[in-house]
Design a protein around this ligand. Structure first.
Ligand code: SF4
Ligand code: SF4
Length: 638
């Protein structure tokens, strides 16, 4: 069957389709054509069946090997198909965990330097600083800057605990019932650095070839990552830059105006982005931009760095709006409106130098992790130099403007709309009048059937960019399931209009009523994929408010309609360890491993209470999520 990559196979968003036409006209390589070119037999989604099933391995020189469970055909070393698929999954998990944790390290460094007065930032949320530090059992009687330093020391000591020394962060933050279960299963982690080493070493040839043991190691790493990396990271970023509170934000490619100097921080770490906004809001920088013929200087939020920023800071004419998620990156760059693409850790594509050359913008790594073929200039972020580095970046963008404006025809009249962003546990509580009670009673009386935490990426597998995510979210809200969205999937729903109050019209009557009374959209924009840990913390609060209902008994689900990269795989593994029904799409590369599939999709529910569901069809996927939620309601007698 010949499958054409066009229309819905490209993207859900009209803006992207419009710039895609320009990219095609310009004849430049793009993600959609490259995806299609990877296909086999005229089908862009068809790839090597061994790779699709997760049953190939090239870790040692006896390989590459292929396995076949039906014939008990094993790798040269003797590893089974199940072992092969789970070992590769665990390696992906390590990649995800270490990248999350890299960000956390940078945040902790930034917090410490800020507490010492060495950065342009300040401790914005002393209440949260005291509350979070107190939850970890650290004394909070000293002044804020001292507490912040003690917090940094406490978390760093925990990251460095040996694997046989239980993590104090996990112990303090996880629900009691999970704490006990994880100890019983021997998946209660030590410090994340040791856990990453333990997981990675287990994957060496001839060390651990047993799929069950590898799966448990993945969960253990996932638990360490969620509490030590994600929660510590997001809460420290809240302390530094502000807790997310609901506000309107311009979204979609129409936020790019060619007549302004446009600076796009991109990746996951918001530090230099915030430092640039602080400077760009000063008159002198706006004057410099006008001096080269621009209408002004704008910082445009982009992908997940942008998501971290828009959740916390309000828009104005300088911090202007948010473009979208990573698959539209080439559309953003080909718009002809970009002057500087500043790339921190994550989400900048290896193809970007070609786009920089063609569409005349400055491409610059701002993290020591990031590198591009052919790009030699770089500024590696240092908290103590953040202001100076931000000024250098803004100057580069201003210096770029004239040439870009003179030589690149911009794509104009791209769509723009407004989304409500900035929901956090604190702001949800505030919207509810200070307690979870109104939410819980809506769940109890059935107005709301349950909650879906949609933590997703965006991928071209099976559908175009964001098509499946938007469809799944629409189906969920139609069935009175409140959606909390995170990650690139959150960007998808913001741009698609589902994070706007008007989207309540698409919700079922119960959810519609709640949206009306609380003046909220049916999809609450809850942050980035790094906020998965924050979601777990919210669910812990719900479980305790309901009288310590175990997490697996709650009418909730984790939903990843378009998972893509390695960070997403560790999120899903953590969700299973946390005891959640976890829907993932595309089908992960484990299908050639029947015992592993059985473990993840069936047996796991008897071990942690979590279970994996895979389904490419939207209606069937949401039917399954909804019936899980209904079964849990029944179990609770509501
Ligand atoms: S580790 Fe085993 S399965 Fe992998 S390449 Fe070596 S022999 Fe083959
Ligand atoms: S892990 Fe997924 S959601 Fe997070 S930044 Fe990467 S693509 Fe986006």
């Amino acid at each position: 069957m010949e499958v054409e990559m066009e229309g819905n196979r490209i993207s859900y968003h009209d803006s992207v389709l419009k710039v895609y036409a320009r990219i095609k006209q310009d004849g430049i390589t793009n993600i959609w054509d490259r995806y299609e070119a990877q296909g086999m037999g005229g089908n862009p989604d068809q790839r090597c069946p061994f790779c699709m099933g997760g049953i190939r391995c090239d870790l040692c020189s006896n390989g590459p090997c292929r396995a076949d469970a039906a014939k008990d055909k094993r790798g040269v070393c003797g590893i089974t198909a199940d072992g092969m698929a789970m070992r590769m999954m665990l390696l992906r998990n390590v990649l995800g965990a270490s990248t999350y944790h890299y960000h956390t390290e940078q945040t902790v460094k930034t917090l410490r330097a800020t507490a010492k007065g060495e950065t342009p930032f300040e401790i914005k949320e002393t209440g949260k600083l005291r509350d979070f530090t107190g939850r970890l059992g650290v004394d909070t009687s000293s002044p804020a800057s001292e507490i912040a330093i003690q917090l940094c020391e406490f978390v760093e000591a925990d990251f460095n605990r040996k694997t046989d020394e239980p993590s104090l962060i996990v112990e303090a933050l996880a629900p009691n019932e999970r704490n006990q279960l994880w100890r019983k299963l021997d998946i209660f982690p030590g410090g994340i650095y040791g856990e990453m080493m333990r997981a990675t070493s287990s994957c060496l040839t001839n060390i651990d070839g047993y799929y069950q043991s590898l799966a448990l190691k993945a969960m253990r790493l996932g638990i360490a990552m969620a509490y030590q990396s994600q929660i510590v990271n997001e809460y420290c970023q809240d302390i530094l830059f502000g807790i997310a509170r609901p506000h309107a934000m311009r979204v979609d490619l129409g936020v790019l105006d060619p007549d302004y100097v446009n600076v796009l921080p991109n990746g996951h770490e918001p530090f230099l982005g915030f430092a640039m906004i602080q400077l760009a809001r000063k008159r002198e920088w706006q004057a410099k931009a006008r001096g080269v013929g621009a209408k002004g200087l704008r910082i445009i939020a982009n992908i997940e760095t942008g998501q971290e920023m828009i959740q916390r800071w309000e828009m104005d004419n300088i911090f202007y709006g948010f473009t979208g998620n990573w698959i539209m990156q080439e559309a953003i760059l080909a718009s002809g409106c970009v002057d500087l693409f500043a790339c921190d850790m994550n989400c900048s594509m290896p193809i970007d130098p070609l786009y920089a050359q063609r569409y005349k913008f400055k491409l610059l790594p701002v993290s020591d992790l990031v590198a591009f073929d052919g790009i030699t200039d770089r500024i590696d972020y240092l908290p103590e130099k953040a202001e100076e580095q931000a000024a250098q970046l803004l100057q580069m963008a201003i210096d770029n403007f004239k040439e870009r404006r003179a030589s690149v025809e911009p794509v104009i009249e791209l769509p723009m709309k407004e989304a409500v962003v900035g929901f956090s546990t604190e702001s949800i509580l505030q919207a509810l009048g200070g307690s979870l009670e109104p939410l819980l009673s809506a769940i109890k009386d059935g107005t709301l059937r349950g909650i879906a935490g949609l933590v997703s990426c965006t991928t071209l597998r099976d559908y175009g960019q964001d098509v499946h995510t938007v469809d799944v979210a629409k189906e969920l809200i139609k069935r009175d399931i409140l959606v909390l969205s995170m990650g690139c999937g959150n960007g998808a729903l913001q741009v698609a209009g589902l994070c706007s109050p008007e989207a309540k019209q698409l919700a079922g009557s119960g959810l519609n009523k709640i949206c009306d009374s609380l003046n909220i959209p049916p999809v609450l924009s809850y942050g980035t994929c790094t906020d998965t840990g924050r979601l777990a913390d919210l669910l812990s609060a719900i479980s305790s408010a309901l009288g310590d209902v175990p997490v697996p008994d709650l009418p909730v689900a984790a939903v990843a309609p378009e998972y893509m990269e390695q960070k997403a795989t560790i999120d899903a593994v953590f969700a299973l360890a946390f005891g959640l029904y976890t829907y993932v799409n595309p089908v992960p590369t484990v299908t050639g491993a029947p015992r592993l599939v059985q473990l993840l999709t069936e047996d796991c529910s008897g071990i942690t209470g979590g279970v994996l569901n895979v389904e490419t069809d939207t209606a069937k996927a949401v039917d399954a999520i909804a019936s899980h939620i209904e079964a849990k309601r029944k179990g609770l007698g509501i």
